[in-house]
Design a protein around this ligand. Structure first.
Ligand SMILES: [Cu+2]
Length: 193
């Protein structure tokens, strides 16, 4: 039986998880599938500095989202732990196991501050959408890249940007340490039109 928290029970989209023989091909297909509608092929944000055109896949050019300077986060996602008399330790997001997060709207740029309040690492994984890391503890990364996992170092804030394209439904993010995920360190949210 699968519970609603089960990884496999969730709409996972075309993004592949682990390295496999044809993972780069699968990724390219996923990026192609996630391309915005014509007329929205370039996503630009009011950001200072680095605006570079960045080829993701042959024939597809996106503009990278650039430095974190003037970006305003649209939400904070806080990975933490809570002590529980019954279970010992709960792994929580915004103080809640299996957090129900607010919906996001198709076509509305998401800038999330993903906080790790704990003293251990948590690899943050977003299902079905790729994001760029804008900053870790306020510092821009050395390069921009599309990711679906980023490690959150202990006591850190990682600012990411991503665009919900037109795939409404129920999606999730979670810690990719499966014991943490199973112990509640995940969030559900809807993508709505
Ligand atoms: Cu974790």
């Amino acid at each position: 039986m699968s519970s609603p928290q089960d990884h496999a029970a969730h709409h996972h989209g075309p993004v592949v998880h682990g390295p496999s023989g044809d993972s780069s091909t699968a990724y390219r297909h996923a990026y192609d599938a996630a391309r915005p509608d014509p007329g929205r092929t370039v996503v630009s944000v009011d950001l200072e500095a680095r605006e570079v055109d960045w080829a993701i896949a042959p024939g597809a050019t996106f503009r990278a989202w650039g430095a974190p300077g003037s970006a305003t986060p649209t939400r904070t996602v806080d990975f933490g732990i809570k002590y529980s008399l019954r279970r010992g330790m709960d792994f929580v997001v915004n103080k809640e196991m299996h957090h129900h997060d607010d919906p996001v709207k198709v076509g509305e740029l998401q800038i999330w501050d993903v906080v790790n309040s704990t003293l251990m690492d948590h690899p943050f994984h977003l299902h079905g959408f790729s994001f760029q890391v804008l900053a870790v503890n306020g510092k821009p990364p050395a390069w921009l890249s599309w990711e679906d996992v980023v490690n959150l170092p202990p006591k850190s804030t990682t600012r990411i940007a991503w665009m919900p394209d037109d795939r409404p439904g129920s999606w999730m993010y979670h810690c990719h340490i499966l014991e943490h995920h199973a112990a509640g360190m995940m969030g559900h949210f809807d993508v709505v039109r």
